[in-house]
Write a protein that binds this ligand. Sequence first.
Ligand code: SF4
Length: 358
Amino acid sequence: MANLVIQTAFLGDLLLAIPLLKQVKRSFPNEKLYLVCRKGLGPVITELQLADVVVEVDKKKSSSIREAKKKLRPVQFTNIFCPHQSIRSALLVLSLKKKRAIGFYDWWNSWIFHSRIRRPMDLPDALRQVALVTLADSKFDVKFDGESTDFLNGGLQNYHLPIVDFREQSIPDWADMQCPIDVSKIIEKKVFLAPGSTWNTKRWGREHYIQLSHWLKDLGYQVELLGSPEERELCQSIADQVPGLQNHAGKTSLIETLALLRTGQALVCNDSGAMHMAAVVGLPTVAVFGPTTLDLGYRPWQSRAIVVQNNLLDCRPCGLHGAQRCPLGHHQCMKDLKVERVIQAFSKLLTIPESLEI
Ligand code: SF4
């Protein structure tokens, strides 16, 4: 017997499924755990030993979906957990042998899932996803109800302040997305910057990252840039302006990036996959939020994090993921977010004396 999790969304969503993967393993310790994920993301899950079998799919190719079905059809699943809400994922659930299919309630999907809950939108996404296990494990149900409400979006924190500090709220073990990664050495005063994002409007901007890099260099920090192959040019254009910056963008696999992050003291990034990667290795993080807001549920899922945002704009959020172009044309959510505020958050995070802040 085995269990299956289907999460074919972007990297960040997959990493936020780590508490779900860990909990399925804890609830069904004697059963193999399968995962279906987006093409290219499988190796990181395998390396982190979060699933026994990983099947990647390229959602745009029907041949890839057929291939995945061929691998999964011989298996009899005890439970299929499907946090990813799409027709394609639902049809995959339908095509497989299972005792129970578990998903989030939608008006069209009663014929797909045996057990459904309403997606708990008032909770951070990592908790939304792991909530599915409450339908398969009654012991977990008790734990989940008892502690998850401490994390209601906007509950304990004031999510609308310019700087939101998560450091006083520790994440319980059962909901943690941190994974052990061994590295030989952690370098004090090494800071990573990840200026990219799949969505343009979620980028804080090259000039801001250049100013921040100068400030960090002046304080004696070793500054290194991280990003995907598509973000290599952006990172290089920042590295070119600040002597001594090292650009790793596009040169490291996801697992290598996690190991690299473990060697540093902190990360400054946007609301992006890098922010969730830092949570996996427990790296203190300053995340700059623009078109997205914390109420959407995608906060950094760790306790050593601070979020900086332009809290004066009525147009935030303007979408669940951000957009390639600002719908209003001015992109003030990021353009008006001054480097001084990020420096203030960074100084809080690493307790740098106020006299050195700016
Ligand atoms: S509409 Fe507002 S929140 Fe959206 S990108 Fe433009 S400035 Fe940012």
